[in-house]
Design a protein around this ligand. Structure first.
Ligand code: TRP
Ligand code: SF4
Length: 337
C-alpha cells in the first residue's frame, strides 16, 4: 500500500447541509432530509449541522428552548441513521467561524441582491405577522451561504424551495472570488426528489396547524390516535362506498411507509370497498411503528446517556471547526487582511 496522500482528484466531493432548529422533528424532516442524508453519507464527504443561529432568527424570544432542541436534533439525526463516524455532525453556534464569514459576505453584497431572492416578499409578510421583522431574519440566506462556504462544500442537497438561496450563495462566492482573486468553490444543488409530506389533515404540515406527526416524540399510541383522525377520501361515507386512494392522505403515507404488497392491498381494497378505512389506517399505523420503533429507542438511549451524546457532539464540532478555521485562513489571506 502506498502511503501517499490521496490526490485531490480521487477525493470524495464535499457536501454540506443543515436543518434549522425549530423544535421537535416531524416525519417531513425524515422523508425530506434525513433519509437523503443517510444515503449521501457513503458517497460524499459530508458536513451536516443543526442550525441553531437560523433557529434563533425566529425563536429569539425564547432562547432557552434552543439548546435542548439542538441536542435533541442531533440525537434524532443519529437515531435515524446519520452516522457520526462517517459524517461530520456539528452545531452551527459551536463553530463561530460561520459568523465571521457571514460578516465578510454581509459587507460585500448589495442589499438589492437580497431583495431579489424570490422568498423575500413572502418572508416580509410572514415576518411582520410574527414579529420577526429583524435584521438577522433578513440576512438568513447570507448566513446560509456562509454555512456552505465555510466548509468549501461543492454540493448542497436541498429541496426546490431552497434553490433560490443556493443561487444567491453561488453569486456571493463568485463575487468574493472576483474581488479577492480567490478560489472558493461555487456550490451547486444536489437536487433530490423529495416527497411532499402533507399534514394529517391534508394541509401543509405545520406546528401551528396542529397537524404534525412527530418522528419519535409520538408514541405508538399517539401514532394510532393521530392516524385514526386522518381525513380520508370524502367519497367513502359508508363502509360499502368505494374510494379513490389517490384522493386520500392515508394512502400518501402508505406510499412512504408500506411495502408494495400493502400498497396493492390498499389500492384494490379501497377501490372495491373490500377494506374499510379503519383497516387501512390500522395497517398504516403498524407500518409507521415498525419503522419508528428502533429510532425511538436509539434516541432515548442517547438522551439517557448525556455523556456519550456530548462526546459525539464535541468531537463533531471540533472536526467542523478545524475545517472552518482552515477556510477562514484562506479567506483572510485572499483578502490580505
Ligand atoms: N435553510 C435551511 C432550512 O430551512 C437550513 C439551512 C441553514 C441550510 N443553512 C444551510 C441548508 C446550509 C443547506 C445548507 O432547512
Ligand atoms: Fe383512504 Fe384507505 Fe379509506 Fe381508501 S381505504 S379512503 S386509502 S383510508
Amino acid at each position: 500500500m502506498s502511503s501517499e496522500v490521496t490526490p485531490a482528484t480521487t477525493r470524495k466531493l464535499r457536501v454540506m447541509s443543515g436543518m434549522r432548529v425549530t423544535g421537535r422533528l416531524h416525519i417531513g424532516h425524515y422523508w425530506g432530509t434525513l433519509q437523503n442524508w443517510t444515503k449521501l453519507q457513503d458517497e460524499y464527504e459530508c458536513f451536516f449541522g443543526a442550525m441553531d443561529w437560523h433557529g434563533m432568527t425566529t425563536a429569539y424570544k425564547s432562547p432557552k428552548e434552543i439548546a435542548p432542541w439542538t441536542r435533541e436534533m442531533i440525537a434524532e439525526f443519529i437515531a435515524w441513521g446519520v452516522d457520526p463516524e462517517k459524517v461530520t455532525l456539528f452545531v452551527q453556534s459551536r463553530v463561530p467561524e460561520h459568523l465571521e464569514l457571514f460578516m465578510i459576505f454581509a459587507n460585500m453584497i448589495p442589499m438589492g441582491w437580497l431583495e431579489r431572492v424570490n422568498t423575500w416578499k413572502d418572508a416580509i409578510e410572514e415576518m411582520k405577522a410574527n414579529d420577526t421583522h429583524n435584521l438577522g431574519r433578513f440576512a438568513y440566506p447570507v448566513l446560509q451561504a456562509a454555512d456552505i462556504a465555510i466548509y468549501r462544500a461543492q454540493k448542497v442537497p436541498v429541496g426546490a424551495d431552497q434553490v433560490s438561496h443556493l443561487e444567491l450563495a453561488r453569486e456571493i462566492v463568485r463575487r468574493f472570488n472576483h474581488l479577492y482573486k480567490a478560489k472558493l468553490p461555487e456550490m451547486s444543488p444536489l437536487l433530490t426528489e423529495i416527497p411532499l409530506v402533507p399534514g394529517l389533515d391534508g394541509r401543509k404540515m405545520s406546528k401551528s396547524y396542529g397537524n404534525t406527526l412527530y418522528l419519535t416524540e409520538d408514541s405508538e399510541k399517539d401514532v394510532k390516535k393521530k392516524v385514526n383522525l386522518m381525513v380520508t377520501d370524502p367519497a367513502r361515507v359508508r363502509r360499502e362506498d368505494p374510494g379513490e386512494p389517490t384522493k386520500c392522505s392515508v394512502y400518501g403515507y402508505h406510499k412512504l411507509y408500506s411495502t408494495a404488497e400493502d400498497l396493492q392491498w390498499v389500492e384494490e381494497g379501497c377501490r372495491s370497498a373490500g377494506i374499510g378505512c379503519g383497516d387501512c389506517k390500522g395497517r398504516l399505523a403498524a407500518n409507521i411503528e415498525k419503522l419508528s420503533q428502533g429510532p425511538r429507542e436509539k434516541k432515548k438511549e442517547l438522551l439517557n446517556n448525556p455523556g456519550l451524546l456530548d462526546s459525539i457532539i464535541d468531537a463533531g464540532c471540533e472536526k467542523a471547526r478545524k475545517e472552518a478555521q482552515k477556510t477562514l485562513e484562506i479567506v483572510r489571506s485572499n483578502m490580505k487582511w
